[in-house]
Design a protein. Structure first.
Length: 250
């Protein structure tokens, strides 16, 4: 094809048809420019298609990841709800100062002496955000919810750190000094422990201001954690809904 065009130019020059030559050369330049623009357009379209497919693939995987996380949240909420009930029953027993309730108190104290960490993991979502693919989203609400999720995770981690500190600095030291842990450990841990040792004075525990405050603080952190899990669950539902809209209109 190049030889064909070159031959035309040579014939025009050899025949002295300079004006037609320049017109032809201009036309050839225009064709080249048009070809380049078409190639660029096709390349841009192909790049956009690849980016869109990549975005959709991530969104599908993120949606699945968040749905799995909602199942984990349900598990955590069940544990927290159970611990809240135990903490309230402990406080009611301490408030009543009824010695007949000591056997029940022994069964319940194991939950107070246990720290359950909540682990939130979003590897696919993090990959998506780290590659700045959220900038390709058309759905502004989805962009906003991704931002909220990051901020919420930071707040949630602060709460988990607080729970850990409360357990390490307050709850565990009290149990070490005042309660024979092997007597009140929950069944999951109790089976591997040696039963025996000094006996706990449960009559003193009934009127202990320190135990009352520990159980109250524990209930406070459990209530906060439960509300955070509820908030996270609602946020994930909104994100999943907006992801479906983005997938339907990429």
């Amino acid at each position: 094809m190049i030889k064909f065009f070159r031959k035309i130019r040579q014939n025009l020059l050899s025949e002295g048809r300079t004006t037609k030559y320049f017109k032809y050369a201009l036309g050839e330049i225009i064709l080249v420019v048009i070809g380049i623009l078409i190639a660029l357009s096709i390349n841009n379209w192909n790049s956009e298609r690849i980016t869109t497919n990549k975005k959709i693939d991530y969104l599908v995987r993120i949606s699945e990841e968040l749905k799995n996380q909602k199942e984990d949240i349900k598990y955590y909420k069940d544990n927290v709800t159970s611990e809240i009930k135990s903490s309230k029953r402990i406080l009611n027993i301490l408030d009543s100062e009824t010695l007949d309730s000591i056997p029940t108190l022994k069964k319940l104290l194991g939950n107070t002496a246990t720290f359950w960490a909540v682990t939130l993991s979003y590897p696919v979502t993090d990959e998506f955000i780290n590659q700045n693919l959220q900038s390709q989203l058309k759905n502004d609400s989805l962009k906003m919810y991704f931002k909220y999720l990051k901020e919420f995770r930071d707040s949630f981690n602060i709460q988990i750190d607080y729970n850990q500190t409360q357990y390490t600095n307050t709850i565990e030291p009290y149990f070490v000094k005042n309660i024979n842990y092997s007597e009140i450990a929950i069944d999951y841990f109790k089976n591997g422990l040696i039963q025996g040792g000094p006996k706990t004075n449960y009559e003193n525990l009934i009127s202990s201001m320190e135990l009352w405050n520990i159980a109250t603080f524990k209930l406070e952190t459990l209530n906060t954690g439960n509300e955070l899990l509820n908030t996270l669950n609602r946020l994930l539902e909104k994100i999943i809904l907006q992801i479906e809209k983005e997938i339907d209109n990429p």
